[in-house]
Design a protein around this ligand. Sequence first.
Ligand code: S3P
Length: 173
Amino acid sequence: MSGCTSQHIVLVGMMGAGKSSVGRVLAKRLDRTLFDSDEMVEARTGRTVREIWAAEGEPAFRSLETEVLRDAVSAGEPSVIAAAGGVVLSDENRAVLKRDDAHVVWLLADVELLLERVKAGMHRPLLDDDPEGVLRQMYEDRNELYQDVADAIVSVDHRSVHDVAGAVLRCAG
Ligand code: S3P
Protein backbone atom coordinates (compact mmCIF):
# COMPACT_ATOMS: atom_id res chain seq x y z
CA MET A 1 0.00 0.00 0.00
CA SER A 2 1.14 3.47 -0.76
CA GLY A 3 2.49 5.43 2.17
CA CYS A 4 0.08 8.24 1.46
CA THR A 5 -3.19 6.37 1.04
CA SER A 6 -4.55 8.13 4.08
CA GLN A 7 -3.01 11.51 3.30
CA HIS A 8 -3.98 14.35 1.03
CA ILE A 9 -1.55 14.72 -1.86
CA VAL A 10 -0.75 18.41 -2.08
CA LEU A 11 1.03 19.75 -5.16
CA VAL A 12 3.06 22.91 -4.70
CA GLY A 13 5.42 24.81 -6.96
CA MET A 14 5.82 27.83 -9.13
CA MET A 15 3.24 29.20 -11.55
CA GLY A 16 3.43 27.08 -14.68
CA ALA A 17 4.82 23.97 -12.97
CA GLY A 18 1.67 22.04 -13.93
CA LYS A 19 0.02 21.62 -10.54
CA SER A 20 -3.54 21.83 -11.87
CA SER A 21 -2.95 19.52 -14.85
CA VAL A 22 -1.07 16.94 -12.79
CA GLY A 23 -3.68 17.26 -10.04
CA ARG A 24 -6.46 16.42 -12.50
CA VAL A 25 -4.65 13.28 -13.66
CA LEU A 26 -3.89 12.17 -10.10
CA ALA A 27 -7.44 12.74 -8.90
CA LYS A 28 -8.77 10.66 -11.77
CA ARG A 29 -6.25 7.86 -11.25
CA LEU A 30 -6.86 7.69 -7.53
CA ASP A 31 -10.58 8.39 -7.77
CA ARG A 32 -10.22 11.29 -5.37
CA THR A 33 -11.68 14.77 -5.20
CA LEU A 34 -9.46 17.46 -6.68
CA PHE A 35 -9.28 20.78 -4.85
CA ASP A 36 -7.68 23.45 -7.00
CA SER A 37 -7.13 26.46 -4.76
CA ASP A 38 -7.52 29.15 -7.45
CA GLU A 39 -10.72 27.50 -8.69
CA MET A 40 -12.03 27.26 -5.13
CA VAL A 41 -11.40 30.95 -4.59
CA GLU A 42 -13.18 31.78 -7.84
CA ALA A 43 -16.14 29.50 -7.09
CA ARG A 44 -16.49 30.90 -3.59
CA THR A 45 -16.41 34.55 -4.57
CA GLY A 46 -17.99 34.34 -8.02
CA ARG A 47 -15.07 36.38 -9.30
CA THR A 48 -11.86 35.59 -11.11
CA VAL A 49 -8.47 35.77 -9.40
CA ARG A 50 -7.73 38.81 -11.56
CA GLU A 51 -10.97 40.56 -10.53
CA ILE A 52 -10.33 39.97 -6.83
CA TRP A 53 -6.78 41.23 -7.23
CA ALA A 54 -7.92 44.37 -9.07
CA ALA A 55 -10.81 45.20 -6.72
CA GLU A 56 -9.33 44.33 -3.33
CA GLY A 57 -5.63 43.76 -3.84
CA GLU A 58 -3.26 40.91 -3.14
CA PRO A 59 -3.84 40.67 0.66
CA ALA A 60 -7.55 39.96 0.13
CA PHE A 61 -6.67 37.26 -2.38
CA ARG A 62 -4.11 35.77 0.02
CA SER A 63 -6.62 35.46 2.85
CA LEU A 64 -9.06 33.68 0.54
CA GLU A 65 -6.20 31.40 -0.48
CA THR A 66 -5.58 30.52 3.19
CA GLU A 67 -9.28 29.93 3.77
CA VAL A 68 -9.62 27.48 0.87
CA LEU A 69 -6.40 25.65 1.75
CA ARG A 70 -7.72 25.07 5.27
CA ASP A 71 -11.03 23.85 3.91
CA ALA A 72 -9.35 21.52 1.42
CA VAL A 73 -7.19 19.80 4.04
CA SER A 74 -10.21 19.50 6.31
CA ALA A 75 -12.05 17.34 3.78
CA GLY A 76 -12.95 13.99 5.35
CA GLU A 77 -11.53 11.81 2.58
CA PRO A 78 -7.94 12.00 1.32
CA SER A 79 -7.95 14.32 -1.68
CA VAL A 80 -5.61 15.78 -4.25
CA ILE A 81 -4.92 19.47 -3.70
CA ALA A 82 -3.41 21.69 -6.40
CA ALA A 83 -2.25 24.63 -4.30
CA ALA A 84 -1.57 27.95 -6.05
CA GLY A 85 2.05 29.03 -6.35
CA GLY A 86 1.92 31.64 -3.60
CA VAL A 87 0.52 29.34 -0.95
CA VAL A 88 3.93 28.90 0.65
CA LEU A 89 4.33 32.61 1.35
CA SER A 90 2.52 32.68 4.67
CA ASP A 91 3.66 31.02 7.90
CA GLU A 92 0.09 29.99 8.52
CA ASN A 93 -0.19 28.14 5.22
CA ARG A 94 3.19 26.49 5.65
CA ALA A 95 2.05 25.18 9.04
CA VAL A 96 -1.05 23.70 7.37
CA LEU A 97 1.12 22.08 4.71
CA LYS A 98 3.23 20.44 7.39
CA ARG A 99 0.27 18.63 8.90
CA ASP A 100 0.70 14.86 9.16
CA ASP A 101 -2.28 14.25 6.92
CA ALA A 102 -0.73 16.16 4.00
CA HIS A 103 1.87 14.64 1.68
CA VAL A 104 3.35 17.67 -0.08
CA VAL A 105 5.02 17.22 -3.45
CA TRP A 106 7.01 20.07 -4.95
CA LEU A 107 6.78 20.11 -8.73
CA LEU A 108 10.14 21.52 -9.65
CA ALA A 109 10.63 23.08 -13.08
CA ASP A 110 13.41 24.90 -14.82
CA VAL A 111 12.69 28.63 -14.95
CA GLU A 112 12.88 28.59 -18.78
CA LEU A 113 10.05 26.06 -18.93
CA LEU A 114 7.97 28.12 -16.51
CA LEU A 115 8.50 31.21 -18.64
CA GLU A 116 7.19 29.36 -21.70
CA ARG A 117 4.15 28.09 -19.87
CA VAL A 118 3.01 31.15 -17.95
CA LYS A 119 2.34 33.03 -21.16
CA ALA A 120 -0.93 31.12 -21.36
CA GLY A 121 -2.43 32.00 -17.95
CA MET A 122 -4.90 34.85 -17.40
CA HIS A 123 -5.01 34.46 -13.63
CA ARG A 124 -1.51 35.74 -12.91
CA PRO A 125 -1.61 39.50 -12.37
CA LEU A 126 1.82 39.44 -10.72
CA LEU A 127 3.30 38.75 -14.14
CA ASP A 128 1.57 41.56 -16.03
CA ASP A 129 4.42 44.04 -16.25
CA ASP A 130 7.69 42.16 -16.36
CA PRO A 131 6.91 38.43 -16.51
CA GLU A 132 10.48 37.29 -16.97
CA GLY A 133 12.03 39.52 -14.32
CA VAL A 134 9.30 38.80 -11.77
CA LEU A 135 9.28 35.07 -12.38
CA ARG A 136 13.07 34.81 -12.12
CA GLN A 137 13.04 36.75 -8.84
CA MET A 138 10.21 34.65 -7.48
CA TYR A 139 12.13 31.52 -8.40
CA GLU A 140 15.04 32.73 -6.29
CA ASP A 141 12.86 33.87 -3.40
CA ARG A 142 10.48 30.97 -3.16
CA ASN A 143 12.59 27.87 -3.70
CA GLU A 144 13.54 27.64 -0.05
CA LEU A 145 9.89 27.94 0.94
CA TYR A 146 8.86 25.05 -1.30
CA GLN A 147 11.79 23.07 0.02
CA ASP A 148 10.68 23.77 3.56
CA VAL A 149 7.23 22.22 3.09
CA ALA A 150 8.06 19.44 0.61
CA ASP A 151 7.92 15.78 1.58
CA ALA A 152 9.03 14.90 -1.94
CA ILE A 153 10.34 16.69 -5.02
CA VAL A 154 9.45 15.73 -8.58
CA SER A 155 11.14 17.32 -11.56
CA VAL A 156 8.71 18.13 -14.38
CA ASP A 157 11.30 19.03 -17.02
CA HIS A 158 11.07 16.93 -20.22
CA ARG A 159 8.18 14.93 -18.83
CA SER A 160 4.55 14.61 -19.82
CA VAL A 161 1.78 15.34 -17.35
CA HIS A 162 1.12 11.59 -17.08
CA ASP A 163 4.77 10.84 -16.37
CA VAL A 164 4.86 13.49 -13.68
CA ALA A 165 1.70 12.07 -12.11
CA GLY A 166 3.30 8.61 -12.13
CA ALA A 167 6.41 9.99 -10.45
CA VAL A 168 4.31 11.69 -7.78
CA LEU A 169 2.63 8.38 -7.03
CA ARG A 170 5.90 6.49 -6.95
CA CYS A 171 7.50 8.85 -4.52
CA ALA A 172 4.37 8.85 -2.43
CA GLY A 173 4.67 5.09 -2.04
C1 S3P B 1 0.23 33.09 -7.80
C2 S3P B 1 -0.07 31.94 -8.52
C3 S3P B 1 -1.30 31.77 -9.30
C4 S3P B 1 -2.43 32.62 -8.72
C5 S3P B 1 -1.99 34.06 -8.52
C6 S3P B 1 -0.74 34.20 -7.65
C7 S3P B 1 1.54 33.19 -7.11
O1 S3P B 1 -1.69 30.40 -9.33
O2 S3P B 1 -2.85 32.11 -7.49
O3 S3P B 1 -1.76 34.62 -9.79
O4 S3P B 1 1.72 34.10 -6.30
O5 S3P B 1 2.42 32.33 -7.38
P1 S3P B 1 -0.89 29.26 -10.15
O6 S3P B 1 0.27 28.81 -9.33
O7 S3P B 1 -1.90 28.18 -10.33
O8 S3P B 1 -0.46 29.86 -11.44
